[in-house]
Design a binder for this molecule. Sequence first.
Ligand code: ADP
Length: 448
Amino acid sequence: MFNKILIANRGEIALRVIRAAREMGIASVAVHSTADADAMHVRMADESVCIGPPSSTQSYLSFPAIISACEITGAEAIHPGYGFLSENAQFVQIVEDHDLTFIGPTAEHIRVMGDKITAKDTMKALGVPCVPGSDGGVDTLEDAKKLGEEMGYPVIIKATAGGGGRGMKVAQTAADMESAFMTARAEGKAAFGNDEVYIEKYLTTPRHIEIQVFGDGKGRAVHLGERDCSLQRRHQKVFEEAPGPAISAEERAKIGKVCADAVAKINYIGAGTIEFLYEKGEFFFIEMNTRLQVEHPVTEAIFGVDLVREQIRVASGMEMTFQQEDLEINGHSIEVRLNAEKLPNFSPSPGRITQYHAPGGLGVRMDSALYDGYSIPPYYDSLIGKLIVHGRDRPEALARLHRALGELIIDGVDTTVPLFNELLAEQDIHTGNYNIHWLEHWLESHMA
Ligand code: ADP
């Protein structure tokens, strides 16, 4: 086991990893930009190193700054959290070249899954059901139009390098194809330096269901059920839950096994998420995330496991602490993402927190790096916390979420907390009757 690990991240996820390390008796090193000198992860870690100016390209994304911080402090391994360098295959290669351990999958797996076309090809070959679509990339507008006619509209044009909801455009009819194709290409090129696109059938009323998998890198892997993350704004998740209200135990066992077998076959190591769209009882693969997800706590809650601990264990060569038959679902868990954003436009709202009070009590987990007097810098993601609740069943989890939101105080900046209070008044939220478009429609009529 490692003696010391470095966390190449900030905010709540840095705290999450520091906490797991501390419970395992492992020392932690925080890295931070000059804008984050007073951040909670710096205070909570055993050591910290300033790695550059506010701009993340010169700090949290800087390979030399992070590798040097390991060398200075004697950290043996790097946990990347999510975002930043967590899915950067080149970084993983450099970490390994410096005889350090990356706490996550291999560079090769990150590369294959980071390109949506190779990811889809790989999954298809491993027996995972995929969204019908083009066979690989589509190079010309003529080919795109031809495919649109063959497949039938609506279709979605996706940048193979896309992520975070960027590089995707829907063509409702043939008339939209030209602009959708050109825009997806341009976005892929501008945001990810790669203009290759592919085409998929656009599903009109699916749910977003993702399967948590975990591998030991030696051919053993398990699944930890699904999360339903259908409540999305601009393809970004805002409310996540496990288990999925629309998924039966039989469906879970079946798709879970397909996923676990697939990652076992490729000797996948660590945590991963296989994302699907789910419509009329069928699963369609869309992408795999080769890292810990923002919404991992809902899975931890219902299975009673610590996914970060398991990540650190397998990265150090140890076994996972569970096998498939040990994993049983207990109750229901919901996470809401709290952003420093001003409604109704969701515009960033950085600034000083004048008062902060975290909710507590049975079944409540608040993962946040906020504290009284903290100043949220304007340079990074607007996620300031995740409120996770766990109950014996879905109604209890919803009641607990309502109660916990009532206890939460975040003063000084605007937040998305009022959004969740309003959502909890909606019948559809209580019946679980929603698909990936529900929230956008609701926002149009409620936030105008
Ligand atoms: P990203 O990598 O940007 O997160 P994904 O491929 O995971 O992109 O898709 C993100 C979201 O976009 C999905 O959760 C879903 O809401 C929507 N989406 C993606 N593909 C399709 C599709 N074929 N049909 C309908 N919606 C889709």
